[in-house]
Design a protein around this ligand. Structure first.
Ligand SMILES: [Zn+2]
Length: 451
């Protein structure tokens, strides 16, 4: 049975219903009833979102998600999920719940993914309230994580809860992943993929203002200039003046060539590369941190540059890292000292707070993928307005699904003006709307036959 949107069924001539469309309209009636419940019971939805916000899970400092994850785990268990939980870091467990479908071989499976950590709150942020004591004011739920992304988690969990309460067993599998570490590049989602969790489609319920989004990617890297020998400050005149005869160099001064080279490549990329939905020049190479030298009495024998590279959805982190290395090797080849003292590269990393590195792979959304089309129909069916399919100007864990070969999209409530902001908030209206769409989508995708 091909999944058919409700309005098409209603449009059948003569009121005739085939067995398939009879089933379809029964599904539609159930959905209408359930989405009505979201509206009626929005206080419970807000209570759930508030409960999640009240868990203090900022990252950094991280290592503080145990209680929140225990809550999500029991919420899922109470609704029939079997739960897998493991420490990504001590004090930061991932939680994955699987609800087996009644006919998992014949119907589509889904991963719903969100991160439980929130952006850090620094001491001097002028909040009007305790960021972890959420409150509703002027139609908005305020608290750290309201937009990014405990609102999205709450909406998806509430939708799942309503389906369970209605006694509905989906034919397809649903996997719910509550991951840690996203704000500091710790890729709890990557661990889920490596542990073998997969599905026909994944929705990352991160901040997207109810747009269906792909994303570019980010990779950080360290470029190091290192001298095999350490020279005293007094030898400088011999390495820079005629007749000095000492083939040495300051690693800091050589790094100036590296930075100039990166700027050339960055400009070349800005001129030559583009991707629909991104302003030209979004693909930047930021020299973010520089460290080097050991003491004023020595020539700097080491200099390290930490760079942040933004790339487009149709590029890979491996590819852009290779381009940068090849370009800088040519810069180095034009320098007599760097030719003999090769640049060192270290790309990515597993955590901004553990090993000072991170990777966010890019995610391309195929607007013709049947799950993306269904999500659009769910959005339009629930809200009466067409869904926007575009790209996120930031990055989420969505790229790890693309990296693992799982089709995915970002779709969540809240906007980026609010994410990480003082007095972060999400519109109650949007949170309710989001929950309706997710309920429809989870239900209908779980009833979509595998082809
Ligand atoms: Zn987020």
């Amino acid at each position: 049975m091909k999944n058919t949107p409700k309005h098409t069924v209603q449009g059948l001539p003569g009121g005739e219903t085939s067995p398939a469309s009879g089933l379809q309209s029964a599904l539609s009636e159930t959905l209408e009833r359930l989405t009505g419940l979201v509206e009626q019971r929005q206080d419970e939805l807000l209570a759930l979102a508030s409960k999640l916000i009240a868990f203090r899970t900022p990252a950094p400092p991280a290592r503080n998600t145990e209680e929140a994850q225990a809550f999500v785990a029991s919420y899922l268990e109470e609704r029939g999920f079997s739960v897998d939980r493991w420490d990504v870091y001590p004090g930061d467990p991932n939680v994955v719940g699987v609800l087996k479908g009644t006919e998992p071989d014949r119907f589509r499976s889904l991963i719903v993914n969100g991160h439980i950590d929130v952006a850090e709150v620094s001491e001097d942020e002028p909040w009007d309230q305790d960021p972890f004591a959420p409150a509703v004011r002027d139609g908005r739920l305020i608290g750290r994580g309201a937009s990014d992304m405990k609102g999205g988690l709450a909406g998806a969990l509430f939708a799942i809860g309503l389906l369970h309460e209605a006694g509905i067993r989906l034919p397809g599998d649903v996997t719910f992943q509550s991951v840690i570490g996203e704000e500091v590049g710790e890729a709890g989602t990557l661990q889920c993929c490596r542990r073998g969790y997969t599905a026909d489609f994944a929705v990352v319920v991160d901040t997207s203002d109810l747009h269906i989004q792909g994303q570019g990617g980010v990779i950080t890297g360290w470029v190091t200039v290192r001298s095999a020998r350490t020279h005293h400050d007094a030898t400088r005149k011999r390495m820079i003046h005629a007749g000095g005869g000492l083939h040495g160099a300051s690693a800091i001064e050589k790094m100036m060539k590296v930075i100039a080279g990166l700027q050339e490549l960055e400009r070349h990329w800005a001129v030559m590369k583009s991707y629909p939905g991104f302003e030209p020049g979004t693909n930047t190479i930021n020299p973010a941190v520089i460290e080097g030298g050991r003491h004023a009495a020595f020539i700097a024998d080491e200099c390290r540059l930490w760079i942040t590279v933004h790339f487009y959805p149709d590029e890979t982190y491996e590819g852009v890292a290779r381009e940068i290395e090849e370009h800088l090797q040519r810069v180095a080849a034009a320098d007599p000292w760097l030719r003999e003292n090769p640049l060192e590269f270290r790309w990515g990393g597993t955590s901004m707070i553990e090993d000072r590195g991170e990777v966010f792979p890019s995610l391309e959304v195929d607007p013709d993928h049947e799950a993306v089309r269904l999500l659009q129909r769910s959005h339009e069916g629930a809200l009466g307005v067409p869904a926007v399919v575009d790209v996120s100007p930031t990055v989420t864990d969505g790229g790890w699904f693309a990296d693992a070969g799982i089709p995915a999209a970002i779709y969540g409530p809240g906007d980026l003006q609010n994410a990480h902001a003082v007095n972060e908030s999400v519109s109650v209206r949007q949170l309710v709307d989001y929950t309706k769409v997710m309920l429809r989508f989870i239900y209908e995708w779980g009833h979509t036959p595998k082809e």
